[in-house]
Design a protein around this ligand. Structure first.
Ligand SMILES: Nc1nc2c(ncn2[C@@H]2O[C@H](COP(=O)(O)OP(=O)(O)OP(=O)(O)O)[C@@H](O)[C@H]2O)c(=O)[nH]1
Ligand SMILES: [Mg+2]
Length: 263
């Protein structure tokens, strides 16, 4: 196949941005793009969300050029999610064209904004196909915990479970990030402690839950930790820009480590 020949395209680093609906994926995409550009790197953006109407950035490559969600809904008499499923499959079949567009732009960093319906992207085979087949020297994933959603320790564990499940599916090194830190005030301190200290989190769960909820949550948590979850979260605000430097540092450690291994 054509893209086989250009696999491991030299120098290209691809960053997939995933997370729950409304967690800040598109806004972070625009901020990372600005960050890299300001610091003299050549970044480009690929939008993989066929259903989005407006975006806070200009796309270099846009799957909406290949699929029209409104047309699919009308033509095949589908609801929004059925149409998104079909659109995702169509997009996977256009991988050669998408790859050619990326090659033409030829950036150092390709930032990939993924669809709001994360389960469509992460759990259907077309999403993983795209992740596996976009030719790139290094790939990594950022998973966004919506700061406004993590109001309780049990919520925190649920989203950590989702993050781990998506890491399993996409099979990429993953950086966990908490967004909207500008909205959550003092709660951030608790969240950051929970993300690195199992005992603190278990104590917090014990205060909130009992019986089945307590034992299920703590058992999931222990499993997640055995699977390497407790790396901590990087706190960022897409609005104030706080924490973006740390996120870029974490990205660089993963993406540059790859280079060293390759040499
Ligand atoms: N205060 C605050 N608002 C944010 C932050 N990040 C995103 N938002 C807001 O949250 C809303 C959703 O942001 P998006 O970037 O569209 O989120 P998304 O994950 O791309 O959303 P979908 O693609 O629809 O799932 C927008 O109103 C953003 O302005 C943040 O760090 N702080
Ligand atoms: Mg979005």
């Amino acid at each position: 196949m054509k893209y086989e020949q250009i696999k491991n395209q030299e120098g290209l680093k691809t960053i997939f941005i995933s997370g729950t609906a409304g967690s800040g994926k598109s806004l972070l995409t625009s901020k990372l793009y600005e960050y890299y550009t300001k610091n003299g790197a050549f970044a480009a953006v690929l939008n993989l969300d066929p259903g989005v109407e407006s975006l806070p950035y200009t796309c270099d490559v846009d799957v909406r050029d290949y699929v029209d969600i409104v047309y699919i809904m009308k033509q095949y008499d589908l609801g929004p999610n059925g149409a998104l499923v079909m659109a995702n499959d169509l997009i996977a079949s256009k991988i050669d064209d998408i790859q050619n567009e990326v090659n033409r732009v030829n950036p150092d960093y390709l930032i990939v904004d993924t669809p709001g319906q994360i389960e469509l992207f992460a759990y259907r085979s077309s999403g993983r196909f795209l992740v596996e087949n976009i030719a790139s020297e290094e790939k990594t994933s950022i998973f966004l915990f919506d700061g406004a959603l993590i109001t309780t320790p049990v919520n925190f564990v649920s989203i950590a479970l989702l993050s781990t499940s998506i890491r399993l599916r996409l099979n990429l090194p993953t950086i966990n990030v908490v967004t909207k830190t500008d909205l959550i005030g003092a709660k951030l301190k608790d969240i950051l402690l929970w993300s690195t200290n199992l005992n603190t989190l278990e104590n917090a769960i014990a205060k909130e839950a009992d019986g089945d909820t307590y034992s299920l949550t703590t058992n999931i948590l222990r499993g997640l930790n055995l699977g390497g979850f407790a790396q901590g979260l990087i706190p960022i605000s897409n609005v104030t820009g706080e924490g973006l430097v740390n996120l870029e540092g974490a990205l660089s450690r993963i993406l540059n480590l790859g280079e060293e291994v390759e040499d």
